[in-house]
Write a protein that binds this ligand. Structure first.
Ligand SMILES: *Cc1c(COP(=O)(O)O)cnc(C)c1O
Length: 444
């Protein structure tokens, strides 16, 4: 059934470490190699067809088949030459689009990946404030960069990867998400040294975990009081949660800086940093915080991003995704209540996941019906995963060893692990959702 994939993986293992170009793609015992995408579906090299909920780990808001006008604009740009290294109109237009729709953003600097965006944002925050320390959330992911690959807590911590000098961990303080006291304590102890608090406003890379009521607001107050910047890493949530105003619009909290990536490249490599002109103009060539890139503002990427976002603005993309997402999440909730009451359905808008938590609630009355929103009034509030550690304490082995394969063999492609969320795209249909719920029913 997967012979070609196995053969390709065998070849890949000889020429690429672990056979993959990003470790999250490694599946047990080997990943499916893709032949092509079509709408919401993937067809692997052996000809098997799947409803795809990986969606390239987030970027593909419109699915695998681009609308004609989007594809046409990309091809037309490509025929004018791939790139120039001098400014183009399309990068101004995409920056204008983002600034118009995202409340906290006046200026944008484009880069080529989410990692580059968060690296530059950390440097900018440090340069702007003249301070060295940053506070991050345990289990957050800000890309493969030295300053945020740190694990531990405010008292004891170290790099979470080999090859990173421990000096980086001195200046990066991880705290648990949704824990107001923990971050208050850090500010009390070293408030004068903190350049920024950086976080995913909704944990996307460990979860999904919704912020509890008042948490983001409290971070906004604390950073302001202490002269630190609040940085929302919206590489995943940007233009996916909260529609065109992003997660910050959905939660009603304005950060000083925002990092973007994924969706804004329309399927091409991208990242961006956005914020007020006052902060952003600390970047070179105006200010003294160095930031540069040969491929930054790449015209093909900018065209793909701009046309994708325009398409979303002019069509019912976000309404459709929210409706379909609610249908899927509430369907999952019904199945879980019947078959696996200890599991938690999480997510909102076009993101979802079933976390294999271990404790069943006494009742489902008053429970969130289409994804955990961390509501205090919910009888289950104390048991819902609140942070990265809670998610990691779930039965992740069952997901990786059994459940993922059960779903794949039924034609549903999920991420190989419990930590990455699943994404819906504009190409997913009601029929896809019905088939997906059937598969969950059998596999859970
Ligand atoms: C994906 C992601 C990144 C890293 O982006 P890359 O383009 O993979 O470098 C950073 N932060 C968040 C929140 C992400 O989801």
């Amino acid at each position: 059934m997967y012979d070609q994939s196995r053969e390709l993986y065998d070849r890949a293992l000889s020429v690429t470490p672990g056979g993959v170009n990003s470790p999250v793609r490694a599946a047990y015992p080997y990943p499916n190699f893709v032949g092509r995408g079509e709408g919401a579906h993937l067809i692997d090299v052996d000809g098997n067809r799947y409803v795809d909920y990986v969606m390239a780990y987030g970027p593909l808001l419109l699915g695998h088949t681009l609308p004609e006008e989007v594809e046409g604009a990309i091809q037309s740009q490509l025929s004018d030459g791939p790139m120039y290294g001098v400014p183009t109109e399309v990068e101004v237009e995409l920056a204008e689009f983002i600034a118009r729709h995202v409340p906290s953003v006046e200026q944008v600097r484009f880069v080529n990946s989410g990692t580059e965006a968060t690296t530059s944002a950390v440097r900018l925050a440090r340069g702007y404030t003249g301070r060295d320390d940053i506070v991050v959330m345990q289990g957050n992911y800000h890309g493969a960069q030295e300053s945020t690959l740190v694990e531990g807590d405010d008292e004891e911590r170290g790099p979470s990867s080999e090859g990173i000098p421990s000096a980086f961990a001195e200046h990066t303080i991880p705290v648990p998400f949704n824990d107001v006291e923990a971050v208050e304590r850090v500010f009390e102890e070293r408030g004068e040294d903190i350049a920024a608090v950086m976080l995913e406003p909704m944990l996307g890379n460990r979860g999904i975990v919704h912020p509890v009521d008042g948490y983001l607001e409290r971070l906004r107050e604390l950073t302001e009081e202490h002269g630190a910047l609040l940085v929302f890493d919206e590489v995943m949530t940007g233009f996916r949660i909260g529609g065109l105003s992003c997660a910050q619009g959905a939660f009603g909290v304005e950060p000083d800086l925002t990092t973007f990536g994924k969706v804004i490249g329309g399927g091409f490599p991208v990242g961006a940093i956005g914020g007020s002109a006052a902060v952003m103009e600390s970047f070179t060539p105006v200010g003294d915080v160095f930031q540069a890139g040969t491929f930054s503002g790449h015209p093909v990427t900018m065209t793909a991003g701009l046309e994708t976002l325009r398409y979303a603005a002019e069509n019912d993309v976000y309404d459709y995704l929210q409706g379909l997402g609610d249908e899927l999440r509430s369907g999952l909730q019904d199945i879980v209540e019947d078959q696996a009451p200890e599991y938690t359905v999480v997510g909102r808008d076009s993101m979802f996941k079933v976390i294999f938590t271990r404790e069943a609630p006494d009742t489902f009355e008053g429970h969130c019906e289409a994804g955990c929103r961390q509501q205090e009034a919910c009888p289950r509030f104390d048991r819902c995963p609140k942070n990265g550690a809670d998610v990691a304490a779930a039965n992740t082995e069952r997901w990786e060893r059994i459940f993922y394969h059960e779903m794949r063999d039924r034609g549903i492609m999920l991420t190989t692990n419990q930590f990455e969320p699943q994404f819906l795209s504009y190409a997913h249909t009601e029929e896809d959702v019905e088939n997906t719920l059937e598969a969950y029913k059998e596999a859970l």
